[in-house]
Design a protein around this ligand. Sequence first.
Ligand SMILES: Cc1ncc(COP(=O)(O)O)c(C=O)c1O
Length: 426
Amino acid sequence: MQEFTYKNEELHCEGVSLKSIAAAVGTPTFVYSKNAMVARIRAYEAALAEAPHIVAYAIKANTNQWVIRAMAEEGAGGDVHSGGELYRALNAGVPANKIVYSGVGKTTQEMQEALSAGIMLFSVESIAELKTLSGVAREMGCIAPIALRVNPHVDAKTHPYISTGLKTAKFGIPLSYAADAFEEARRLPALNPTGVHIHIGSQITDLAPVQEAIHHGADLVRDLRQRNFDIQYFDAGGGLGITYDTEEPPEPDAHVHAALQAIHAMNLTLVLEPGRALVGNAGVLLTRVLYHKQTEEKRFVVIDAGMNDLLRPSLYDAYHEIRAVDDPGAHERVVADLVGPVCEEGDFFAKNRALPHVPGGGLMAVMSAGAYGFTMASNYNSRRRPAEVFVDGPRFALIRRRESYDDLVHHEVSGQLDWLDGNSER
Ligand SMILES: Cc1ncc(COP(=O)(O)O)c(C=O)c1O
């Protein structure tokens, strides 16, 4: 996280003091270092330079168009999970022929949109989806290029909510059934089965399970080729973890080499789908302390950001480092819960943590908030979603304005309600 450092006893993002951003934009605000993100995508691209490849940025990690655009400018494609993410990817300039679309619940409308756009691959997650996609493509008079997402039953050793490669998970087609599923795809009229996809989870800090899963996938490709399938793509997913606390995850080049080694000399285009590893450590949530509160039991520090802004601590019990924006040396530590204003006991950022003592009105930074931060934000408690800011060297720009109160009611029907007769067919 060298893009977030103290200069003149103030926390900076690249060359910009977070205090100046708070003064200009207010809080809470997500602040992203453009150069930190670019450095990470370049690390992937450099490690892959000699191999046919696509780095498909997993857009779900951070969907701001300026972030997606920064990735696309470095040659990245996109991994999308909904029609909305497909729209965002295309809108931000990701070429359609570098987009892979995964997810267990694609609707026919989403399939039509992706087929019209001409995406590189659908990652199909069930037999029922195969049949539906074939029907949609046939009606449109085209052929859908597909990978099958296989579930290798490998434990990614991460949080259960983001562990997707076990046979109890909703994701993928069991490895034991994968060849049959490919045969089914071949029988269907409008599919081109050309890829194998495996993604076993997120925030993975040990590559051994990833390697194991990829080896299973490579064996499957060999089997499929013997059955005369023209397999051209191997999508090894994303999932590389980052340092939130004391984790020491492998670097992007190790992730790349683990995948390349398993498919060596197989003449496959390698697709990787990193999300968190590209943007997670490149962002912070900048927030202001509202109150200190001491009860008989414990001390609370109440900030102006809540679980609606950054859900990870509440959802995954996730650790985020908390820093004072001002003067690192001068802050004594206080053991407290760092909580937000939302009407939930689950609204916390840290529990019983020795936090820097920042008085009311002072600024704090919740670190490593660039991935699955704003994208998971909601309007719960009718809180307006925060602003987002991009920093590039000595300058910064607002890339999403803070929502207004009007935004909260904007999509609700106003004036008279147009009541419809529920008994008549329309
Ligand atoms: C299919 C797929 N690919 C890639 C990713 C990105 O994961 P990460 O952000 O951990 O790299 C996800 C995350 O959920 C996913 O489901």
